[in-house]
Write a protein that binds this ligand. Sequence first.
Ligand SMILES: *Cc1c(COP(=O)(O)O)cnc(C)c1O
Length: 332
Amino acid sequence: MLSLADVMQAAKTLRGLADDTPLVPSALSGRLGTDLWLKLETCQPVGAFKLRGAVNAVSNLPEGTAGVTCCSTGNHGRGVAWAARAKGMRAAICMSELVPQAKVDGIRALGAEVRITGRSQDDAQREAERLARDEGFAEISPFDDAHVIAGQGTIALEMLAARPGIDTLLIPLSGGGLAAGMAVAAKAINPDIRLVGITMDRGAAMKASIDAGHPVEVEEVASLADSLGGGIGLNNRLSFPLCRELLDEIVLVTEDEIYGAMQALYYEDRMVAEGACVVGIAALQAGKVEPGRVMGTVITGRNVDMTEFTRVISGQDVSLGDLTVKGRVYEP
Ligand SMILES: *Cc1c(COP(=O)(O)O)cnc(C)c1O
């Protein structure tokens, strides 16, 4: 359904635009009992990996497409806006009236039009669908699209080209576009590689869907790993079957474990990154994954709420809806 050739084709499309981020050794390696490498997608122009998939999708649109649309206010929205500008195409990003002004401004600054409709994510989604139906726009899925998945897969190509000895990849998992793409590439290059998808234990849609044998909805709750929230889509065609087939394990981590891993990445590797990035480190710290000899994980994005981030690194409590993560000062 998707092969290494598709990912290699995507790598050509991304060359010079959204490729070649640093792969650096983690200062946490020693204490984690492994040789851990960090792929820094925080160094991408929009501060997250999502523009890989978006650039590949935009580049493969049929002639005569009026523009691109999606309803994400997060990293996918930024990625689509950036990709459209890079390719000289119109982008209309749909959001509800409730989206904070800072996020609206962030998307506008990337050159996209912002369409504000209604008071919920569902209203925004309907507007994106209307643009696709009535105005000739192409709606780009954040994870369930062959070109998006192939684009995200280029991360594994770059990691395994730079460090062919990597025997385990720890992949942050939400809708599964990143994991599916990396898995297609990595398993083709090295069939023995171990692939672990990792996500938070509250609202783990892909895990619940794999357990059920079909896509299911889960309740979305606030998380330090907010970029990992959301469902996989009840009509998921690609990322669900690929993750089910290719991931060796799925591991869930708690908010408390994410909190500790955000502190560790900050104090030891000196990195500012979203909670979504550290789930691999959290799983290692918690003893939930067996350390490999040489491991790699993706530091997927840096678009963290700085008020929340400074609370975490200074050891204060963080409240997430009905849950309070108890603060604690970092101890190596
Ligand atoms: C989108 C995203 C993920 C998860 O990617 P999926 O393809 O949805 O599994 C992880 N980290 C960050 C920062 C993201 O924006």
